[in-house]
Design a protein around this ligand. Structure first.
Ligand SMILES: *[C@@H]1O[C@H](CO)[C@@H](O)[C@H](O)[C@H]1NC(C)=O
Ligand SMILES: *[C@@H]1O[C@H](CO)[C@@H](O)[C@H](O)[C@H]1NC(C)=O
Ligand SMILES: *[C@@H]1O[C@H](CO)[C@@H](O)[C@H](O)[C@H]1NC(C)=O
Ligand SMILES: *[C@@H]1O[C@H](CO)[C@@H](O)[C@H](O)[C@H]1NC(C)=O
Length: 154
């Protein structure tokens, strides 16, 4: 009798302890208190992975977040330092699908920042996870371009 109820109590404890852990592990990207922050710098160069830091930046450039089948999910513009930022909610698009299905596309032609560069084509970069931070209760998944490279069509 006593051992039966002890087993029952033990089971309840195991369920109570295990349940939140399972939720925390599988539901982390569905947490309404989380956001994906995409941030980066666009350089005035046909291949920023070559040596981005050596090139001047590309201010006032339109940056699109494009996902599977060309869907434009969000748009941003670089500031005078060439920096842009885009916020995406994990309920809109999960982090894994963002990293595998989306690209950043700079649609403003390079000729706008340097007259000797092409007047057609775009800069394109895949995305990478660069670290997760917490701001109060908010979980922030930080994402950055791997490097913009010139292509004729996105
Ligand atoms: C851009 O530069 C990287 C690093 O040097 C190189 O691996 C890559 O092939 C270049 N891409 C293009 C399209 O030139
Ligand atoms: C990129 O350019 C900067 C500035 O000219 C230089 O200091 C740095 O070594 C270069 N990096 C590479 C990987 O070539
Ligand atoms: C413009 O682009 C050309 C070709 O890449 C480069 O040689 C030149 O230094 C650039 N000019 C400026 C002002 O960045
Ligand atoms: C950030 O968290 C996500 C989800 O847990 C994970 O997939 C990703 O690798 C993490 N990024 C880094 C840079 O640790």
């Amino acid at each position: 009798m006593a051992s039966k109820s002890a087993v029952f109590v033990l089971l309840m404890v195991v369920v109570a302890v295990a349940a939140p852990i399972a939720v925390a592990q599988t539901g982390i990207l569905d947490n309404p208190l989380s956001v994906i922050r995409i941030q980066g710098t666009v350089f005035c160069s046909i291949n920023a992975t070559l040596n981005g830091t050596a090139s001047p930046v590309f201010p006032n450039a339109l940056v699109q977040l494009r996902c599977r089948s060309g869907n434009v999910v969000s748009i941003s513009t670089t500031n005078r330092l060439g920096v842009f930022g885009i916020l995406v909610l994990p309920i809109q698009i999960s982090l894994p699908s963002l990293l595998s299905d989306c690209n950043l596309i700079v649609t403003t032609p390079l000729v706008r920042c340097n007259a000797t560069l092409p007047s057609v084509g775009v800069l394109r970069s895949p995305l990478q996870s660069v670290g997760n931070t917490t701001v109060g209760l908010l979980r922030v998944f930080n994402v950055a371009p791997t490097g913009f490279v010139y292509v004729l069509s996105p």
